[in-house]
Design a protein around this ligand. Structure first.
Ligand SMILES: [Zn+2]
Length: 205
């Protein structure tokens, strides 16, 4: 299965899980490093209907190259920023209910910790539930160049993180390849929902 087929399949699966409803979310995978080429979802497509022909190939500046045609996702620059900053092989962006709520609730602190959960061990390099995972939150913006710059700063200031949130918007995570990135979506979405539901029980904490 090539990158386009895998990205389309992930989109349909994540849609069923409620993480990329409607046209929300976008996904990319590195096809080559030098020169940089990314397979990425085209803009404004229903993720429940995503097909391999909806995946575009772009260069390191975000321009469409090769045989594919269409408009790349509006958030293409964020994908490129993450790939270049971390040498990630795949970047996945979801718009789940829990990432939307928690990114708003904790904005004042610039982020929040997730700690003590067994599921943290699903994050690459984490060996114990005692791990403390910092989830930074960036302010939302429609200016993708400034949001990409904020992303680069956040990744530099928070080495070792596995994902971040954008306020009232959603989550970004990544991995060395699509398999690892998809696992990080599953793990982080589980953890965000757990943290959110727990806080509803004891909202003072
Ligand atoms: Zn988004």
């Amino acid at each position: 299965m090539n990158e386009s087929e895998r990205l389309a399949e992930l989109g349909r699966e994540f849609h069923k899980r409620g993480w990329v409803l409607g046209t929300s979310g976008n996904f990319s995978a590195v096809v080559s490093r030098d020169p940089l080429r990314l397979a990425i979802t085209a803009s404004s497509l229903d993720k429940g209907q995503l097909l391999p022909e909806h995946i575009l190939e772009i260069d390191g500046a975000g321009h469409v190259v090769g045989q594919t045609q269409g408009k790349p996702s509006a958030e293409t620059l964020l994908h490129i920023a993450i790939v270049n900053s971390l040498q990630a092989g795949a970047v996945l962006h979801t718009h789940s209910v829990w990432s939307t709520i928690l990114s708003d609730y904790h904005m004042g602190s610039g982020g929040f910790f997730i700690e003590g959960y067994e599921m943290l061990k699903g994050l690459e390099g984490v060996r114990t539930h005692e791990h403390r995972e910092w989830i930074p939150i960036l302010e939302n913006s429609q200016n993708m160049e400034s949001l990409a710059a904020e992303t680069r700063s956040a990744l530099q200031e928070n080495p070792g993180i596995h994902g971040f949130l954008i306020r009232r918007h959603g989550m970004y995570t990544w991995g060395k390849d699509l398999t690892e990135a998809a696992r990080h979506v599953e793990i982080l979405e589980f953890l965000l929902e757990s943290v959110g539901r727990r806080q509803m029980m004891e909202p003072q904490h």
